[in-house]
Design a protein around this ligand. Structure first.
Ligand SMILES: [Zn+2]
Length: 310
């Protein structure tokens, strides 16, 4: 009896571990936004073998016809992780996948969901961008996540494309897709749920971490795309990076930063600044954003290059 009693705490711990441990190691988190609408929040840092390239935020909507997923994840195995998370709240299959842009984590999980029978939708510009950068994305991803994590990942492009606007109904839920120009990537689009006043922005909005301006971006057009999106006045916003939030935080962490950086770089150029001294452009106002030390200087450099041609 005495032995049994002393075993009880051990047994309790043993029972808890299988459930407690994976949760503690979870790299993707489910965030409920509204009835039948969820964000899947990935890590804010870079792609790793552990996060399987899912270093971004995804989302999904449960409809009577099935699940509509916004962005398929960074790898085939990353997509399977996303699917498992969806299965925690519904047993309905993913019937449609929207790729909101051309960056790897928006579309490299397509193959997994296509195999399950889902239709893939993206803007024409996004597919064009994906095709142009497939090779580079695979090389870079392979270097960061390793061969094991990238296994089974194939380049699978959307079969349903649209130029600027496309809307569809899944069950009773209306989805409105809008590609109004280049932002973080050439084909970025946002997804609006008019009945719920909820917006999925893909890489048009970053919160909590500093956004990245690369050679595939256009900071000037990004500002106007943000304005087009913001005019919808969403009550909830699921960004491309960071937790589901509101328009106010999206404006502070993305729009205000883009406007600030462009005006700072413009002042720097007007004062005869040379690109080799681009580090002089002060961005400490935004040092609260994660990845600031790694990204701030590169962003200024890219905006400088962009503005030379404007
Ligand atoms: Zn991204």
């Amino acid at each position: 009896m005495k032995i049994l009693k002393s075993l009880v705490p051990v047994l309790v711990i043993a029972l808890l571990l299988p459930f407690g441990q994976p949760l503690a190691n979870e790299t993707l988190k489910l965030q409920k936004v509204a009835t039948d609408v969820y964000a899947i929040v990935g890590e804010l840092g870079d792609r790793t073998a552990k996060n399987l390239g899912n270093n971004a935020t995804f989302g999904f909507v449960i409809t009577t016809e099935g699940v509509v997923l916004i962005d398929s994840g960074g790898t085939y195995q990353g997509a399977r992780k996303i699917d498992r998370l969806i299965k925690r709240v519904t047993d309905k299959p993913v019937v449609k996948v929207i790729n909101t842009g051309g960056q790897d984590h928006r579309w490299l999980g397509n193959g997994y969901f296509k195999k399950q029978g889902a239709q893939i939708i993206a803007s024409e510009a996004a597919v064009k961008d994906q095709k142009a950068r497939t090779r580079d994305q695979f090389i870079r991803l392979g270097n960061l996540v390793g061969d094991l994590a990238i296994k089974e990942t194939d380049a699978v492009y959307a079969e349903k494309t649209f130029k600027e606007n496309f809307s569809f109904k899944s069950g009773d839920t209306i989805f409105e897709l809008n590609h109004s120009g280049q932002a973080h990537t050439p084909g970025d689009c946002f997804v609006w749920l008019p009945q719920k006043k909820i917006m999925f922005t893909g890489d048009i909005v970053y919160v909590e971490r500093m956004l990245g301006i690369g050679t595939q971006s256009n900071s000037k057009s990004w500002i106007s795309v943000f304005q087009t999106m913001a005019a919808y006045q969403p009550q909830h916003l699921i960004p491309g990076h960071g937790h589901a939030t509101d328009l106010e935080q999206a404006k502070r962490d993305t729009y205000d930063y883009l406007v600030f950086l462009r005006s700072s770089v413009s002042d720097f150029m007007e004062n005869g600044g040379d690109i080799s001294a681009i580090g002089d452009v002060k961005q400490t106002r935004f040092n609260y954003l994660m990845n600031y030390p790694e990204i701030a200087g590169r962003n200024a450099q890219q905006v400088f290059t962009e503005m030379e041609w404007e």
